[in-house]
Design a protein around this ligand. Structure first.
Ligand code: NAI
Length: 336
């Protein structure tokens, strides 16, 4: 089946597989793709060799944005969908659906404030995944993550297609910030830092586990407290720096692309190191909790549960769990 083709940059001939015979890797759908996070996320996914089909959907027109992406020579086909009716076509057959549709925070707003606007959007997308691509892994970026993941779970249960191994609240940005801030503090490459960040994705529900940091964290208690605070309020830092005109978009897109890549490696049966995400959990009293996960062909292959915690971290987790229980029950009640 292989044919000879000439390299576009030099005279060399190489063995090439015709494009129509290239192995299909994964279809990823980005819902809310025209937004501040959606666009750079789509860009990053276009450059990932594991993505062979990218569906970009938004309530706003995505045609121009798709045309722009479609000129990239990365071998990924991009298709555009817009408007409420086309969401299902974007989702149909997707292996992974990343949901970033909805309102971001405005001056003075907490993530919780977004619930009324964003919950119905997430509920609709989750129901469409159940109906049109129930095997898909779903990553929810839309805030408030702590509550809307429960909304998505309930929407999928109503369709009789909920699989807790396939639904994730994306908390990777908290991990990315932790690794960056720790790397900067220890004057080492942040890519060499690994730290579990458990709990949820808002303020004190974000619990970085410094006692399990690799390489071991070098710094005293005050130093840990100040970095924990910075990780927990990283979103506010960006909102302020953008003069209250937007929230984290580029770093979030980077984090979401890292998370999507980890899911795809799992689907291929070649998982990388564990990644934390907010999933259904029996590790604490909170029905959902972010803990380190290893991915496989069906989503979560192993939930590593709670890492070993020191006394300070146990206290922080207790505070987080109390808040998470309330957020989850808000999500469940909304769907009743
Ligand atoms: P944005 O306003 O720039 O983009 C949101 C996009 O969603 C817009 O293009 C909008 O047209 C689209 N949209 C709205 N309703 C829709 C619907 N029914 N169907 C399809 N598309 C729809 O907002 P941005 O900055 O991209 O943020 C998106 C969400 O991500 C917000 O809720 C924000 O709070 C959240 N976020 C989450 C983070 C995390 O760590 N999980 C970090 C930063 C933001």
């Amino acid at each position: 089946a292989a044919v000879m083709a000439q390299c576009r940059h030099c005279w060399r001939l190489y063995q090439a597989t015709p494009s129509h015979m290239q192995t299909r890797q994964f279809k990823v759908a980005v819902i809310g793709a025209a937004g501040g996070i959606g666009q750079p996320l789509a860009l990053l996914l276009m450059t990932n060799k594991l993505v062979t089909e990218l569906a970009v959907h938004d309530i706003e027109p995505t045609t121009g944005f798709r045309k722009d992406l479609s000129h990239m020579d990365t071998g990924c086909q991009v298709k555009a969908y817009f408007g409420s009716d086309q969401m299902k076509t974007a989702i149909k057959g997707a292996d992974i659906v990343m949901i970033t549709a909805g309102m971001p925070r405005k001056p003075g707003q907490t993530r919780d404030f977004l619930f009324d606007t964003n919950a119905p959007i997430v509920a609709k997308a989750a129901a469409l995944v159940s109906e049109h691509s129930s095997h898909a892994l779903v990553g929810i970026i839309t805030n408030p993550v702590n509550a809307v993941v429960a909304v998505a779970a309930e929407a999928m249960k109503k369709c009789g297609r909920y699989d807790p191994r396939r639904l994730f609240g994306v908390t990777t940005l908290d991990v990315v910030r932790a690794e960056k801030f720790i790397g900067d503090h220890m004057e080492i490459n942040p890519r060499k830092v690994r730290i579990p960040v458990i709990g949820g994705h808002a303020g004190t529900t974000i619990v970085p586990i410094f006692s399990q940091c690799q390489p071991p964290f070098e710094g005293d208690k005050e130093c840990i407290e100040s970095i924990v605070k910075r990780i927990q309020t990283g979103g506010d830092e960006v909102v302020k720096a953008k003069a209250f005109k937007g929230s984290a978009t580029l770093s979030m897109a980077y984090a979401a692309a890292r998370f999507t890549n980890a899911l795809m490696r799992g689907l291929k049966g070649e998982p990388g190191p564990p990644e934390c995400a907010y999933v259904e959990s029996d590790a604490t009293d909170s029905p959902f909790l972010s803990t380190p996960l290893t991915f496989g062909p069906k989503g979560i292959a192993k939930n590593h549960g709670l890492p070993e915690l020191d006394e300070r971290e146990k206290q922080q987790l207790k505070v987080a769990v109390d808040a998470l229980k309330k957020s989850v029950s808000k999500g469940v009640k909304y769907m009743e």
